[in-house]
Write a protein that binds this ligand. Sequence first.
Ligand code: AMP
Ligand code: GLY
Length: 421
Amino acid sequence: MNILVIGGGAREHAICWSIKKSKECKELFCIPGNAGIQEIAICKEINLKNKRELLKFCKEKVIDLVVIGPEQYLEDGISDFLRSKKISVFGPSKKAAKLETSKTFAKNFLLKNNINTANYSEFQSYSNAKKFIKTSKFPLVIKADGLAAGKGVIICSSKKEAFIGLDKIMKQKKFGKAGNKIIIEDYLDGFEISYFAFFDKNSFLKLGYALDHKRAFDEDKGPNTGGMGSFTPSKVVTKKMEAEILKKIVKPTFQGLKKEDLIYRGILFFGLMITKKGPFVIEYNVRFGDPECQTLLRNLKTDLLKIIKLNIQDRLSEIQIKNTKQNVITVVLASKGYPGKFKINSKLKNLSNASSIKGVEIFHAGTAIKKGKVVSTGGRVLSITSKAKNLKTARIQAYKTIELIDWSNGFFRSDIGLKNS
Ligand code: AMP
Ligand code: GLY
């Protein structure tokens, strides 16, 4: 098969790395890719807003399957467009992607299907939202309805913070039209897990879970990021809890989609808060998580391409997923300043030496080759993913790798995999 992966993060590097291992993968392409991906796939820059150009590329390269990484392209309807041109796509339709691209759609879906989620109210009017805040209890959470690159959620511990947050979303339009509508919801207390299952028309198949580290700095301090590290498994996620997640969250989601005749083909990511009252859905994401994907794909024993092929044919029930019995951890190296402003084009040295550490894979995110050297081009730059018989060893291997990487402009969290492990 000739396969095209869309995206250029460490998630897509891990997807390419997994697919490349499959015997059935003939040629692998990636748009746009990065310095790491280009070692295993043919990378190409194409303006993805121009769907015709994408189609031309797929035809020229005789692409059999397109795997879409980031949510934005799902919202843009690339999956529907390619399918209408008879090209197989791994990734849900624009309509099904609303589970992530519209928080009000997701909340309505959860409510209709009696799936635990925080109580919420929906607002399109600034003054009504302000009135509501005046009589609310704190902390509370304000969320822009649409996609905001993971930044449209504001946790407010006081009335003052809530007014500032509301202004930011609805008045200053910091997230553009994603903030035309908002939801205000109760704050959930507990610990978070990212749970993943493949979904098709007829069934679903559990992949696994990972614990993400959202805040930029150690001890969960600093601003929210896309994720600074992840690991699996965790002792706090018991078999009993997993069974509860399946029963109370995953199954009712599948049944709810069926009731609405909404066909979801792809990976579904449940952002869960495990509270004293059991698991609650914080959000759905219609894609792999980053950095959870890197961790989970290194843990996966089954051929990813085989799963994807059966998934797009609604034949998930014919396969079983096997994971290793090992511990996997991913530590993200990011540009100093991320998730705020950061410098680009700084050189990363000694990567090949660092990647020789046992059990470690280095997945690239914001990197490119300039004048023959690897340079940084984004906020999150590398994912160091390490596997071992126990978490302690996996951690040691990951941090040893980071020590060997010579990059003065980077930072990382030193406490990945310490809490809830
Ligand atoms: P989201 O984009 O919805 O995943 O939210 C980003 C992050 O904000 C989540 O991963 C949580 O850490 C936090 N968050 C969102 N909603 C809530 C909530 N209702 N209670 C507590 N924390 C929340
Ligand atoms: N790491 C969380 C996400 O991918 O949204």
